[in-house]
Design a protein around this ligand. Structure first.
Ligand code: DQA
Length: 142
């Protein structure tokens, strides 16, 4: 089974970006962590990141057309992008929303996610390990 792990804006800056909030794991480390988890679970895991909303929307369209499960950290788009949410609504395989930080403990504008209502589940606040847990759940569902 193939799984896409899609990351939104600024997540390429992991490790240097606000380490007190997001930790010291770099984006390259995150990619390796997800790929290693995939190998353990016998799944092909492809990890991508973009700072361009249209690119994310097109990746989600392709996932919808191929029934590919998605782990999505929409980053800031989580809180306001109806375009990303509408693309998520079209997915035909499971969708897990992941946030490294606990968005509910942070600024009020982060408390609402426009994605959550169309995701199968949400993992927030468990650090980068949240991605591993999301992949494990997808492996159980296959
Ligand atoms: C984030 C939380 C978002 O509020 C923020 O905009 C991000 C990262 C997280 O992983 O904790 O960029 O999605």
């Amino acid at each position: 089974m193939k799984v896409l792990v899609l990351n939104g804006p600024n997540l390429n800056r992991l490790g240097t970006r606000e380490p007190d909030v997001y930790g010291s794991t770099t984006y390259a480390d995150l990619v390796e962590l997800c790929e290693a988890e995939g190998r353990e679970l016998g799944m092909e895991v492809e990890v991508r990141q973009t700072n361009h909303e249209g690119e994310m929307v097109e990746w989600l369209h392709a996932a919808a057309d191929t029934s590919t499960p998605v782990v999505l950290n929409g980053a800031a788009w989580t809180h306001y992008s109806i375009a990303v949410r509408d693309a998520c609504s079209q997915l035909t395989a499971p969708l897990v929303e992941v946030h490294i930080s606990n968005i509910h403990q942070r600024e009020e504008f982060r408390h609402h996610s426009v994605i959550s209502a169309v995701a199968n589940g949400v993992i927030a606040g468990l650090g980068v390990e949240g991605y591993q847990l999301a992949l494990r759940w997808l492996a159980l569902k296959k």
